[in-house]
Design a protein around this ligand. Structure first.
Ligand code: ADP
Length: 167
């Protein structure tokens, strides 16, 4: 039986931190569904279509090197409901620091109360990508900084194009 994982997030933009979690998920699941949370009234830097295209593109190398299949979906409901719809038995989340820990464990426990059959698995961020956050990446790029060590090349191009369009 193949094991399906659901990794939800904003992915605005996809960073090397997200990619680290995606790659390591291949040790745990056969198929990974990346769920882009779409919240009405909360506009990100990248459009939903851009986020989907970016995730699909950066995951090609992971698909090839790991054999794990990966699909990208959007959801505007509870993550547990989206995970159930995807057929997932596990939700995967990344932990960078104590702030992530407090928030993620609380959310994981509330999700478990709502959907006991779906376990949340927390992966500790890898040392080389632990400091990366999408929000900081966007702030650095807005102020003209170099984000090339924090995001895949495709994300860098997309972020720069989106910032140029917004200005
Ligand atoms: P959110 O809006 O929920 O913070 P993100 O796209 O920022 O969505 O993150 C989705 C998930 O990826 C969360 O579990 C978050 O902790 C994890 N994550 C984000 N950045 C990193 C990173 N650098 N290393 C490991 N996990 C990360």
């Amino acid at each position: 039986m193949s094991r399906i994982g659901f990794y939800p997030g904003s992915f605005d933009p996809t960073t090397n931190g997200h990619l680290d979690i995606i790659k390591r998920s291949a040790n745990l699941v056969d198929h990974l569904v990346l769920g882009i949370g779409v919240h009405h009234g909360k506009k990100g830097l990248l459009s939903v279509d851009e986020k989907i295209a970016l995730l699909n593109e950066v995951c090609n190398e992971v698909r090839q090197s790991t054999g794990m299949t990966i699909t990208v979906e959007t959801f505007d409901n509870l993550a547990v409901d989206a995970a159930k719809k995807a057929g997932a038995s596990v939700i995967i989340r990344g932990l960078r620091d104590a702030t992530d820990f407090d928030y993620e464990v609380q959310m994981g426990q509330m999700n478990a109360a709502m959907m006991p059959k779906i376990e949340t698995i927390f992966l500790a961020a890898s040392p080389s990508t632990r400091m990366i956050a999408s929000s900081l990446v966007k702030q650095i790029a807005k102020m003209g900084g170099d984000i090339s060590s924090f995001v895949p090349a495709q994300a860098m191009k997309m972020v720069q194009a989106a910032l140029n369009n917004n200005s």
